[in-house]
Design a binder for this molecule. Structure first.
Ligand code: GTP
Ligand code: SPV
Ligand code: MN
Length: 597
C-alpha cells in the first residue's frame, strides 16, 4: 500500500506533513495482512526486540523485553490540552494547547530519522459499522504495529471503510532517531522525556517517548477512553473503563453485566470467568472498554471497541483464568515476562511449581533463589479476542448487547463488603464516584496506596471529573426504568493475618448469581446505610469450603469504619471542585447521617 491507496485528502496531507516533520528513512502503509505481520515480527527478531518463542509450544508468538524505564502507563506524563483549563478539571494534567504544540513539534522534529514510519489505519469497533470509529496511528515502532494488529482491526479494509470521511489522527514516536551507522538498542525509547498528549477539541493525540502499552497503542486508553469520553459526553453516550460479560442462568436467562474496576483489579479475570456453580455459564464481550448508547427501545447497549486483550500476565493460570490461557496459546505477544529454557514464557503463579531456571524479564539468568521476580509485575500478554473460547456470540455485533447491571469495585483489604447493591441509580452513581482502590503496577508510581478513582476513570477521563459524574446522573435520567442496576464488589478483603477472605476467580460466580437474582427479585438483602447487602442465606455457598465467620466478615458493614472514610471522601470531592453534581454531595450527607443514626 501507499498514499495512492486512498483518496482521503486529510490523510494524505497529514502523512506528508508528519513525514516532513519527523524525517523517517521510509514510509510503510500497513495493509494488516498476515505476511506483513510476519515480516514485521522478523524485523523485530533481527533487532533483538522480539524473541521468537518455541513454535511447538507457543506457535507464532514472541517475547518482547522493554527498557526498564518504560514498563507501564505514565499518568504524570499524560496531558489534556483544551482552551479552558476548567474543561479538564483538577484531576487531569492540563496544558495550554499552543505551548504544548510548540514543545511537541520540537520533540517530533527529526524523531524518526533512520527509522520506518508506519501508517496504521485502525477501527475501534467492527469495521464499517456505524458504532465504530476510525483512527490512523502513525508510529516508528514495529512493536506497536504488531500489537495494534491484535488489539484493533487494522489495514486496507479500514482504509476502504474510511473513504473520504474524517478520522482521529494519532501520532506516535518512540523518540529515538538513528544517525547513519549508529547501532540500535533492543527497546529504543526516550524514557526520561515522555509526553502522552490529548487534544479533545480537535481531536488528536500526540504520544512521544514511550513504546509501552497504553502510552503507545493509541486506540486503547488515549482514543477509546480519553478522547471517546469527551465525544460521549457531547453526544449523549458513554465510554467506560469496563469489562462486559454475559451470564446465562440454569433457566437460560441471559444477563449482560458491565464491570468498572481500576487497572489490574480484576476486569480481564471476571470477563472470562469460569463459573464454579452448576448450571451457570459466562461469556465474554470485552475485558477493558465499553462504549454504550441508549437505543430506540430505551435500553442501554454496549460494544467492545477492541479486538484483543492486553492482559496482566502475572497471576494468570489455568486455575485463575483458563480461558485467557487458551486465548494466549498462540499468535500472541508477551512483554516483560520470563523465558524458559525450552523457549516458552513463564510468569509468577502461572504454574504451581516455579521452574528451576529461567531468563528473567531483563534477560538475566534467574533461579527461585534470585532476588526479585522473574517477570515484571506489569508484564502483559497481547492476544486476539477471537482465540478466547468463551467469546459471546454477539461480541462483534455492532448493535451491542443490552446491559442489565453495572458492577463497580476495587482492591480494598478492609471496610468494603464482598458485594452490595445501590438502592437506586443516584446512590449507585455516588458509589461510583467514591470508588477507591489500592494502586497497582499498571501505572508507574507507588503500589498499594489507597486512592479514590471514580468509576475507574481517574486516569482515563478526558474532561472534568465533576462534569463526568454529572453525565452519569444525566444518563440515569434519560434511561429511567431501563437503567442498569448498580452493584459494588470487593474480592480483596483480608483477614487480620493479611490472607484473602474470599477465594475469588471462578468463585466470584456466586456473587454474580446473587446479582442476577436481585435483578429478578429472587434474592434477599438487608438494608444498610451504604446499600443492600446480601443476607447470609441469600448467597449460594454450596460446595465452598470457607468458615461461616469468614463469610460474615466478608459481608460486614461497620458504621465506624465507613465514618472514618467520610472526611477523606469530602476532601476528595473538594479537589474535584464545584462541578460535582449537588445530588452526589447530598448522597454523601445522607450516608453520613444514616451512619451516625
Ligand atoms: P487492566 O488490564 O490493567 O485494566 O487490569 P484488569 O482490571 O483487567 O485486571 P486483571 O483481571 O488482569 O487482574 C489483575 C490482577 O488481579 C491479577 O494478578 C489477577 O490474578 C488478580 N485478580 C483478579 N481477580 C481476582 C480475584 O477474584 N481475587 C484475587 N485475589 N485476585 C484477583
Ligand atoms: C490499564 O492500565 O488499565 C490497562 C493497561 O489496561 S494499558 O493499556 O497499558 O493502559
Ligand atoms: Mn485497563
Amino acid at each position: 500500500m501507499n498514499d495512492a491507496s486512498t483518496k482521503n485528502q486529510k490523510l494524505v496531507s497529514w502523512v506528508k506533513e508528519v513525514a516532513e516533520l519527523c524525517t523517517p528513512a521510509d514510509i510503510h502503509w500497513c495493509d494488516g495482512s498476515q505476511e506483513e505481520y510476519d515480516s514485521m515480527a522478523q524485523r523485530l527478531v533481527d533487532a533483538g526486540t522480539f524473541v521468537r518463542l518455541n513454535p511447538d509450544l507457543r506457535p507464532n508468538s514472541y517475547l518482547a523485553r522493554s527498557d526498564t524505564g518504560d514498563v507501564a502507563r505514565v499518568e504524570d506524563r499524560t496531558f489534556i490540552c483544551t482552551t479552558n483549563e476548567d474543561d479538564v478539571g483538577p484531576t487531569n494534567n492540563w496544558t495550554e494547547p499552543e505551548g504544548m504544540r510548540k514543545k511537541l513539534k520540537g520533540l517530533f522534529t527529526g524523531s524518526m530519522k533512520g527509522r520506518t514510519m508506519f501508517v496504521i489505519p485502525f477501527s475501534m469497533g467492527p469495521v464499517g459499522s456505524e458504532t465504530a470509529k476510525i483512527g490512523v496511528e502513525i508510529t516508528d515502532s514495529p512493536y506497536v504495529v504488531c500489537n495494534m494488529r491484535i488489539m484493533t482491526r487494522i489495514g486496507s479494509e479500514v482504509l476502504e471503510a474510511l473513504g473520504e470521511d474524517d478520522f482521529l489522527p494519532c501520532l506516535h514516536s518512540i523518540g529515538a532517531p538513528l544517525e547513519p551507522g549508529q547501532e540500535d538498542v533492543f527497546w529504543p525509547c526516550d524514557a526520561e522525556n515522555k509526553y502522552i498528549v490529548h487534544y479533545p477539541e480537535e481531536p488528536s493525540i500526540w504520544s512521544y517517548g514511550s513504546g509501552y502499552g497504553g502510552n503507545a497503542l493509541l486506540g486503547k486508553k488515549c482514543f477509546a477512553l480519553r478522547i471517546a469520553s469527551t465525544m460521549a459526553r457531547n453526544e449523549g453516550w458513554m465510554a467506560e473503563h469496563m469489562l462486559i460479560l454475559g451470564l446465562t442462568s440454569p433457566e437460560k436467562k441471559k444477563t449482560y453485566i458491565g464491570g468498572a474496576f481500576p487497572s489490574a483489579c480484576g476486569k480481564t479475570n471476571l470477563a472470562m470467568i469460569q463459573p464454579t456453580i452448576p448450571g451457570w455459564e459466562a461469556t465474554c464481550v470485552g475485558d477493558d472498554i465499553a462504549w454504550m448508547r441508549q437505543k430506540a427501545d430505551g435500553k442501554l447497549y454496549a460494544i467492545n471497541p477492541e479486538a484483543g486483550f492486553f492482559g496482566v500476565a502475572p497471576g494468570t493460570s489455568e486455575h485463575s483464568n483458563g480461558n485467557a490461557m487458551t486465548a494466549l496459546a498462540k499468535n500472541s505477544i508477551f512483554t516483560n515476562t520470563a523465558l524458559k529454557p525450552n523457549g516458552d514464557i513463564w510468569w509468577e503463579e502461572m504454574t504451581e511449581e516455579t521452574p528451576p531456571e529461567l531468563e528473567d524479564w531483563h534477560a538475566d539468568k534467574w533461579t527461585p533463589a534470585s532476588e526479585g521476580k522473574a517477570s515484571n509485575p506489569n508484564a502483559r500478554y497481547t492476544a486476539p479476542a477471537s482465540q478466547c473460547p468463551v467469546m459471546d456470540p454477539e461480541w462483534e455485533n455492532p448493535e451491542g448487547v443490552p446491559m442489565s447491571a453495572f458492577i463497580f469495585g476495587g482492591r480494598r483489604s478492609n471496610v468494603v463488603p464482598l458485594v452490595f447493591e445501590a438502592k437506586n441509580w443516584l446512590q449507585g452513581v455516588f458509589l461510583g464516584s467514591i470508588m477507591a482502590s489500592e494502586t497497582t503496577a499498571a501505572a508507574a508510581g507507588a503500589v498499594g496506596k489507597l486512592r479514590r478513582d471514580p468509576f475507574a476513570m481517574l486516569p482515563f477521563c478526558g474532561y472534568h471529573m465533576g462534569d463526568y459524574i454529572k453525565h452519569w446522573v444525566g444518563m440515569g435520567e434519560k434511561l429511567g426504568d431501563n437503567a442498569p442496576r448498580i452493584f459494588y464488589v470487593n474480592w480483596f478483603r483480608k483477614d487480620a493475618d493479611g490472607n484473602w477472605l474470599w477465594p475469588g476467580f471462578g468463585e466470584n460466580s456466586r456473587v454474580l448469581k446473587w446479582i442476577c437474582e436481585r435483578i429478578d427479585g429472587k434474592a434477599d438483602a438487608q438494608d444498610t446505610p451504604i446499600g443492600l447487602v446480601p443476607t447470609l442465606e441469600s448467597l449460594d455457598l454450596n460446595g465452598l469450603d470457607i468458615p461461616e465467620s469468614d463469610v460474615s466478615e466478608l459481608i460486614a458493614v461497620r458504621a465506624e469504619d465507613w465514618l472514618q472514610e467520610i472526611p477523606e471522601i469530602r476532601e476528595f470531592f473538594s479537589t474535584v471542585g464545584n462541578q460535582l453534581p449537588s445530588q452526589v454531595l447530598a448522597e454523601l450527607d445522607s450516608l453520613e447521617a444514616s451512619l451516625k443514626g
